[in-house]
Each structure stands twice: as C-alpha cells, then as structure tokens.
Ligand binder design. Structure first.
Ligand code: DGY
Length: 438
C-alpha cells in the first residue's frame, strides 16, 4: 500500500473504534472499554487529524481519576459483555476515594499521559488552544505522579512499584513466571472471553489467569489500600518500562509547566523526583552482565535477570548516560536485531521461553517499537531508528493493523502471514500515523 492509503486505512480504524461516549476502544470484541495507556497512544494518532477527538480521549480518561490521584487501567463508560473481567468484578467502591461516578478497575497502567500532552502540544496547529487545554488538565496528571511517589514508593527510592502484571502492560511476559511459582491460587471458576475472539494459543493460559485474578482478590481484601497491598501482594515489582514512562512524563510536565509559566513549586518537586528516580533507576535496574535494564522483584528481593523490549525503553526518557546507551544498543543488536528478525521482539529471542506467537512472550508490539524508535532518535542512533521505523511500517503494510506480530521473517515466507491477536487494533493504527509523519 502506498503511504496515503496506509494513512487512510489507519484513520478509518481509529474512527471505527471511536465511541459515542468520546473515547476509543483498543479493538472490537476483545477490548470493548477504555484502556489507559491505549488511550494515550491513540490520542497521539488522533492529534494528527482530529485534535478535538484527541482531547476528548484524554478527558474521558481523566474523568475517572480517584480522589487520591490514581488513574485506573480500564474505565467502564459503556456496557459490553464481551470482556472478562468486566465492570462488576473489581469492586473499586471498596476504596474510599474511588470515583463514585465511573466504574473502573483498581489497577493502573504505565503513566504515559504526561508525555502524551507534550505530543499533543507538538502536533496541534492552534498552539494557544492546545495550551489552554493542557493548562486545565495538567494538574490532574501532576496529581497522578504525586500519587505514585507518595503511595507506590514505600522505600522512598524514587522508583514506584506495580502490584499486578496487568499494570506493566506486558501482561504474560516470562518475567513473571518465577513469581507464579511462589503462588498457588485457587482454580477459579470464570468464563474467559478473550479466547472466544482470538486463538487460545496466542493468549495467556487459564492457570495464568487464575494468578491474575488472585492478585486482584488480594487487593480487594486490602480495600485497594496501597500500603496494605505493598505488604500482602505476592506480586510487587519495579518495572523498567513503567518507571521509564513516569520519568519521561515528569520531563514533559516540567517542559509544559515551563511554557505555561508561574509553577515553580511543582517544577521544583518534579525535578527532585526526576533526579532521585534517575539515580535509583541506574543503580538498581541496570544489569552490568547483561548490559540492559531489567526488572526487580521487590517481594522476593531479587533482580529478574531477563531482557525484554521494556529493557530498551529508558532511552526514551533519557535515563542512561552515553556509555550505557551504547551498551544497550549492542545488546539490542546482538540479541534482537539479527538479519532474520523484525525489531523488536517483546522478549529475548535467545531465551528458551521466547515464544514468537504468544502475546507478550515474544511478538513485536507497535507501541514498544514507537517508544524505542523515539529513544534511539534521542541518542542519535539514527540508522537503528530508521531500521526500526521501516520494519514497523512493513509489518503493518503486510499484515494490517494487527495487535502483535511474529518477529521471525521466515514465518511470513513459510505460513504466509504472521500478525496475531485482535484485528484493527487502535494503537497500531495511531502510532503508524505518527511514524509515517516523522
Ligand atoms: C487483557 O485483558 O489482556 C488486558 O491487557 C488486561 O488489561
């Protein structure tokens, strides 16, 4: 397809998935509500052709914010019975500051909204209008960051924990396998919906879902109190992707407050968080043997020495110094960048547990490619950035706006296709619009 047709198709996907309530579903059937980080990436795509829809995307998410600053990973604005666990599962009314108006989950997702606001500022033609919009929403995002540093950083390290694999965004990554081994959840009786939309071999297993549900049951038994969750959740992790998104968003808030002016206290606070977080990030999450950023399992007090696409996302937030960045790129090239592979597999292809077809255990994801692309550009690795961009466009052009893609080039020759998961997936469309316009 030529560039114009690809852009036209991407626009069609976003408009088809846009809902009357003013937000965009990630994908029909499979994900029929509003998802937090999806909405962020979707807003970037929308901003290229309909800034009002991009604003509405952000607004419908921020409306669901809790009194303590928390922003949930799913907001149930609308009715649908095609997804489990749906609106009646999470019982967020247990938390005294949860939104009374909007049903939601009680877990969150990577904090992308800060840098998305900066992207909207970059893309909007009418800078006065977008600045006015940002000015009236930015404090909600600041409050969300304040929530993370005051509720999710129990050791005052400048690193914030996630307590559920769904908070990482990389749901069934092999990162979590050893954590599942420390748990023995009940064999819950529930009706999965995802495997009615997508081949079960491309989704997490029933036993994995038992673990996912169990952690939420524990959080409910804590009334979603973060302090109790930090004591009791069997899953408690510093995730490099999650923390890198927070740092990148801090940086964007600093820039945007600078443009707005007169916000010295908030800027000073953001700079303090930023300095402390960057230091801890490099001290605690960089593995000098693997030459990559890795996850840290707080509950079991040990690093998780495995590499995933999340390992490269700190480039986007300017976290490594030049020397570390060079090492990181070598790791990317050696393990993920062979000539028979599309960049960037979601899990280390040299590891035994790499599975090129199964959700976050190997396939390429467009949002991670976009984040890494921007990181490579930031550090001047232009050749690698160009390769990543071209391969991302090639995959979408070949396969359509699929949810994820087999990183092995041979698959496309042998089986004729390699795109998996949902069809017409919104962030695949949104970020292709952005990449095609770079
Ligand atoms: C899912 O259902 O797979 C989602 O990613 C969880 O938020």
């Amino acid at each position: 397809m030529n560039k114009d047709n690809l852009l036209k198709e991407a626009k069609r996907v976003l408009l088809d998935n846009f809902q009357p309530e003013g937000f965009t579903i990630p994908c029909k059937g499979l994900y029929p509500f509003q998802w937090k980080w999806d909405s962020g990436f979707i807003a970037i795509g929308l901003a290229h052709f309909d800034i009002e829809k991009a604003k509405s995307e952000i607004d419908s998410l921020l409306k669901s914010q809790w009194g303590n600053g928390f922003i949930p990973h799913i907001v149930f604005h609308n009715d649908s019975d095609t997804y489990f666990p749906g609106p009646d599962f999470h019982h967020t009314y247990l938390h005294p500051e949860a939104s009374k108006k909007y049903k939601s989950s009680g877990i969150t997702q990577p904090p992308v909204i800060g840098f998305v606001l900066e992207e909207l500022y970059r893309l909007a033609e009418d800078k006065d209008d977008i600045l006015c919009f940002i000015e009236s929403r930015i404090d909600s995002v600041y409050k969300n960051h304040h929530y993370f540093y005051s509720h999710r950083d129990p050791f005052d390290e400048g690193l914030v924990y996630i307590y559920h694999n769904w908070e990482s965004g990389t749901d069934n990554s092999p990162m979590w396998d050893h954590i599942w081994e420390t748990m023995d959840p009940p064999d819950y009786d529930f009706e999965r919906k995802d495997t009615t939309h997508v081949d079960a071999s491309q989704r997490p297993t029933k036993r994995e879902y038992d673990h996912y549900i169990h952690i939420i049951e524990i959080a409910k038994s804590c009334n979603y109190d973060d302090r109790l969750i930090a004591e009791r959740s069997p899953f408690l992790v510093y995730d490099p992707l999650f923390n890198a998104m927070l740092l990148k968003s801090n940086e964007s808030l600093i820039k945007l407050y600078g443009i707005i002016g007169d916000q010295y206290e908030k800027v000073e606070q953001l700079e303090k968080w930023q300095e402390k977080s960057k230091k801890s990030f490099n001290d605690k999450l960089f593995d000098h043997n693997l030459n990559a950023y890795i996850h840290y399992d707080i509950r079991n007090s040990k690093p998780i020495p495995l590499i995933s696409s999340s390992s490269f996302t700190p480039l986007f937030a300017g976290i490594p110094n030049k020397e570390k960045a060079v090492k990181l790129i070598q790791t990317l090239q050696e393990r993920f960048g062979g000539e028979n592979s599309y960049l960037c597999a979601s899990f280390d292809p040299t590891e035994e547990r790499f599975n090129p077809k199964k959700y976050w255990r190997g396939p390429v994801w467009i949002n991670l490619n976009w984040i890494i692309y921007r990181g490579l550009k930031r550090y001047g690795f232009d050749e690698m950035a160009e390769r990543l961009k071209n391969e991302t466009i090639e995959l979408i052009d070949k396969e359509g706006f699929k949810e994820y893609f087999d990183p092995r080039k041979e698959t496309y020759k042998n089986q004729g296709h390699g795109g998996y998961g949902g069809n017409d997936f919104s962030w695949s469309a949104a970020l292709i619009i952005d990449l095609l316009n770079q």
